[in-house]
Design a protein around this ligand. Structure first.
Ligand code: PMP
Length: 387
């Protein structure tokens, strides 16, 4: 006989499931102010992306499944953009690159790798950091703790605190680092500081794990924004790097990025790649093709690549301009002698102002200058662009 669902389905079957509210900013604001052409405040698709899409349409490309590891042409160029096309690592086949579901999905895949092959190993993350890092490691059941990063006294890097916390972490920990344009502070280590961070990581046998969400979008130069990662790679260290094309190509909703694992040999690379695929297969089977093709077409075509770099300089330049204007106006108007130069030193689309909660609220209530409250809910942060 047939099963009568109407009499069966009468209870509250999900009594323990509660709704979770997502923050307005983190989920809803899907526009990128830095790309607002002519300041028209409209989300803007990069010209170079439209051109690549037109080429793709003309070619009538199909919608077949990608292999689990993604589009080969994308994986090749994404590793080359990151490490530099002439990096010996690439010749030596020591980078396991797997296309991921943008930065988030690539981080999540790496977290799954850590959980499976480094059971009990800890990831240490900066305080503060991008909010989703904690979710990602919690979700993958990877233990994490924080290292000091932001120093409210200088509105800069707490370098000594960072160094001693990295040193104090259990040997063989994963150290999550923002490749450039630290989210949410906008504060990056200098190259000399990166060298010292690399020293301590090597000394403790830790494994660096870079999150690169803003390559080219921070300084306007793909190479400059990858210099932290390349400095570590040049030491022959094994490391992980998650990449995202959400910001630098404005491909937010295409979910295009990659996880790269630098290994000590071609053999280890092949083994790591196969295990990344094994983790990806039951999660999402294989990644989406459209964004991967856009990246491969833009980077693979010299004219489009040049255009992309120009558009990136424009985006980064706009943010730098706003920083300069903000700094100039504040310095001119503020008679207290406060040093506002941190606004110029910070990089990327976020700026910690150092304003406390009352000061931020005063700016909002009286002057309609809106800031987010960050870092233990006390620091006003200006967002020059989308998160
Ligand atoms: N890491 C950092 C530091 C970010 O700021 C972001 C985007 N806000 C991401 C990763 C991931 O973004 P997506 O998943 O869109 O690539």
């Amino acid at each position: 006989g047939s099963f009568d669902h109407s009499t069966f389905w009468k209870g509250n079957r999900f009594p323990s499931i509660k709704a979770k509210s997502f923050g307005r900013i983190s989920m809803a604001v899907a526009v990128n102010v830095s790309r607002f052409e002519g300041e028209e405040l409209q989300p803007y698709v990069l010209k170079v992306v439209k051109k690549a899409e037109n080429l793709m349409l003309e070619r009538g490309e199909n919608k077949e499944y990608l292999p689990i590891e993604g589009l080969a042409a994308f994986n090749k160029v994404t590793a080359e953009l990151l490490f530099g096309a002439d990096n010996p690592l690439i010749q030596q086949q020591r980078v396991a690159t797997v296309q991921g579901l943008s930065g988030t999905g690539s981080l999540r895949l790496a977290a799954a790798l850590i959980e499976r092959y480094f059971p009990g190993a800890k990831v240490i993350i900066s305080s503060p950091t991008w909010g989703n890092h904690k979710n990602i490691f919690n979700d993958a059941r990877v233990p994490w703790s924080e290292y000091r990063y932001y120093d409210p006294k200088t509105v800069g890097l707490d370098f000594n605190g960072m160094m001693s916390d990295i040193k104090a972490a259990p040997e063989g920990s994963f150290v999550l680092l923002h490749g450039c344009a630290h989210n949410p502070t906008g504060i990056d280590p200098t190259l000399e500081q990166w060298e010292k961070i690399a020293d301590i990581i090597q000394e403790k046998n830790h494994i660096p794990f870079f999150d690169v969400a803003y390559q080219g979008f921070a300084s306007g130069s793909l190479d400059a924004d990858a210099s932290s990662v390349r400095l570590f790679a040049a030491r022959g260290m094994e490391l992980l790097v998650a990449q995202s094309y959400s910001k630098n190509l404005g491909l937010y909703s295409e979910r295009i990025g990659a996880i790269n694992v630098v290994c000590s040999s071609a053999d280890a690379t092949a083994r790591v790649r196969s295990q990344l695929k094994r983790l990806a297969r039951p999660m999402y089977s294989n990644p989406p093709i459209h964004g991967a093709r856009i990246v491969a077409n833009v980077v693979g075509n010299p004219a489009l690549f040049k255009e992309w770099k120009e558009e990136m300089e424009l985006m980064a330049g706009r943010i730098k301009n706003i920083r300069q204007k903000l700094f100039d106006s504040l310095s001119a108007k503020d008679k207290s002698g406060k040093d506002w130069s941190f606004i110029l030193k910070q990089i990327g689309m976020f700026s910690y102002t150092g304003l406390n909660k009352a000061q931020s609220e005063n700016m909002t209530d009286k002057w309609h200058v809106y800031m987010t409250k960050d870092w233990k809910n006390i620091i006003g942060r200006i967002i020059f662009s989308q998160m």
